[in-house]
Design a protein around this ligand. Structure first.
Ligand SMILES: Cc1cc2nc3c(=O)[nH]c(=O)nc-3n(C[C@H](O)[C@H](O)[C@H](O)COP(=O)(O)OP(=O)(O)OC[C@H]3O[C@@H](n4cnc5c(N)ncnc54)[C@H](O)[C@@H]3O)c2cc1C
Length: 252
């Protein structure tokens, strides 16, 4: 995943990127002003708010109250992913698969499994099997209260039950990554809310929203949404975003 932002940063030029927590987005006479938590002020022609919905809401509040209200209606759930490596001899199952999704009817604490060592090359050394468990989600937020050790053991037991890993096998590596409020939930009426959000944002010159909170959480959806936001803003100045106009990453 890091390859994607690295390539974009290289294309833009790292020296032109300012990072930090944005505390305010406001219209100025000629454009937009973004203020960071350390009081850095950035003035620009346009602003794309591409944070999670709950983070976009306070930033949009000073721009358009209705946009902020609509953003507040997009709930987000928390989840955790846990890469766990096992000795190959503890995993007596076929490894020619990439992943499993566990439907709600299964009523399992484990929502999904990725067999990372089969899905991607060079993710695990020879003799090791790398799995990734996915827990949490809107129906199982309670799991987020548990300790890392409890979550690892819970997933290990699921792997034993689902995949046939040896019952006493312990991971040789395990790490819990928590994504708090990282997964927007498209509840009933979501598309109507997004339509209205986009209509209102489009009526504000130099302002756009982008990200997984609106029209798809998958990475390709997020890329498409980002491109749509950029195209719309460039369109305000009569500039078309060509398919092949993206700058090529600089070689280091
Ligand atoms: C556990 C998990 C597993 C997933 N697995 C997959 C997968 O296998 N395949 C797939 O296609 N998708 C997957 N997704 C979905 C996908 O990763 C997300 O939908 C996507 O990354 C969202 O991108 P985004 O840019 O909208 O938001 P984010 O990646 O959440 O980026 C928003 C950024 O805004 C920053 N931010 C928030 N507030 C501020 C502020 N005030 N100032 C400055 N910055 C701020 C945050 O720190 C964050 O970096 C997964 C999601 C999760 C949570």
């Amino acid at each position: 995943m890091q390859a994607l932002p690295d390539a974009m940063a290289a294309a833009v030029g790292p020296e032109r990127i300012v990072s930090g927590e944005v505390t305010a987005v406001a219209r100025t006479d000629g454009g937009w002003r973004v203020t960071l938590a350390d009081d850095t002020v950035i003035d620009g022609d346009a602003v794309i708010v591409a944070t999670e919905a709950w983070a976009a809401e306070p930033l949009a509040r000073g721009v358009d109250e209705r946009i902020a209200d609509l953003l507040a209606q997009i709930p987000c759930s928390s989840s955790a992913v846990v890469p766990m490596a096992f000795r190959a001899e503890d995993c007596p199952f076929d490894t020619k698969w990439f992943g499993i999704l566990s439907p709600v009817i299964e009523d399992r604490p484990l929502l999904a499994v990725t067999l990372s060592s089969s899905k991607w090359p060079d993710r695990a050394p020879a003799g090791r099997v790398l799995l990734r468990g996915f827990v949490g989600g809107p129906r199982n937020q309670g799991v987020m209260e548990r300790s890392d050790e409890e979550i690892i053991e819970m997933i290990r037991r699921q792997f034993v039950d689902l995949l046939g890993i040896r019952a006493d096998a312990q991971p040789v590596f395990a790490k819990v990554y928590r994504w708090t409020g990282g997964m927007p939930q498209y509840t009933l009426g979501h598309l109507d809310r997004v339509d209205e959000l986009e209509r209102r944002a489009a009526a504000i010159p130099g302002f756009a929203l982008a990200g997984g909170a609106y029209r798809g959480v998958g990475i390709p959806n997020c890329i498409e949404g980002g491109e749509r936001a950029v195209s719309r803003l460039l369109g305000e100045w009569g500039i078309a975003l060509e398919e092949d106009s993206a700058p090529q990453p600089r070689t280091r």
